[in-house]
Design a protein around this ligand. Structure first.
Ligand SMILES: [Zn+2]
Length: 305
């Protein structure tokens, strides 16, 4: 009797150790530069990863300010996941201040998500950075294109496995389950967007080019003169003219853009200014990856139908 109780207790303990929540010490401590990558890392890491983001979705990532709080987060990180393509190159300054050799460029604990991403809007001529163009290597705003979720989560998986190879099977299982959910939603999103195929849109900053291209829409212009460069009056006159000609119905706006200006341009052109979920957490109701994409699909369907 005593023996069988011991066996039961041992069995319960081992079940607890194998299937129960991972204790804090065993979790991979991950820091991502942007919240979209946090949401995707949580999907792959499950309860085996503790994930923090250095920025919030309501921020313009191009202009993130390096703060001591960022360095504190980075100091304890096992893995740093960055977007790349110069969206978040400020993270190098934060890493310098964090004194954590695990996550310096080239270290095992450093992953760049743009690896393997087919970039759009790669300049054909050299961009003069002194002019202030913030997309010198191509467009870095790919994280909310659901069609790229397989590549992005593969890169995340590779990073997690490097740090915690013993959890490979769990990470792979989480990723497969998540991608199945993305596929399921994708079928619904594609159907909802189908009537809008071929519609022309304008963006304030080209943050949605991967998203609109994925669903068959065409971006015919931007409010900014070039990425990161405010519009000249002449540029706005030309843009309004072009929007009327192309029957553009929507200007896609990030929450921190000059909404008044976007609204004025939209009104003059007979269109609407649509504040979009430019990132996870950018607007209410976009608190995770799937919800953010869902928000954008719904906003576009309502504005363009
Ligand atoms: Zn940008």
């Amino acid at each position: 009797m005593a023996r069988s109780i011991t066996t039961l207790v041992l069995a319960a303990l081992s079940v607890g150790l194998t299937f129960g929540g991972a204790d804090a010490a065993d979790k991979v401590r991950v820091v991502t530069t942007i919240p979209d990558l946090k949401s995707l890392t949580e999907a792959v890491g499950g309860d085996l990863a503790d994930v923090e983001s250095l920025t919030r979705g309501t921020q313009n990532f191009h202009e993130a300010e390096v703060r001591p709080s960022m360095m504190l987060k980075l100091r304890k990180a096992d893995l740093l996941i960055e977007n790349g393509v110069e969206l978040d190159s400020w993270v190098d300054v934060a890493v310098n201040g964090a004194n954590n050799p695990n996550i310096v460029r080239g270290a095992r604990g450093r992953i760049e998500i743009s690896r393997g991403i087919p970039l759009l809007e790669v300049p054909s001529t050299r961009v003069d950075r002194s002019m202030g163009d913030v997309h010198p290597l191509g467009n870095p705003h790919f994280s909310l294109d659901p069609g790229l979720a397989p590549i992005i989560t593969q890169n995340i998986l590779d990073g997690l496995v490097r740090i915690a190879p013993q959890h490979r099977a769990a990470f792979e299982k989480n990723r497969a389950a998540f991608l199945a959910k993305v596929d399921e939603q994708m079928a619904r999103w594609t159907k909802a967007m189908e009537p809008m195929r071929g519609a022309k849109v304008v963006a304030y900053h080209p943050s949605f080019i991967y998203f609109v291209t994925r669903f068959g829409l065409t971006q015919v212009g931007t409010v900014e003169d070039r990425p990161g460069i405010p519009p000249s009056p002449q540029h706005l006159v030309n843009l309004i003219h072009q929007m009327r000609e192309d029957r553009v119905k929507a200007i896609l706006v990030e929450p921190w853009n000059d909404i008044k200006l976007a609204t004025r341009v939209a009104e003059e052109a007979g269109a609407k200014a649509l504040v979009m979920a430019s990132a996870v957490g950018a607007v209410k109701g976009a608190d995770n990856y799937l919800a953010a994409i869902d928000y954008n699909v719904t906003a576009l369907v309502n504005a363009l139908r």
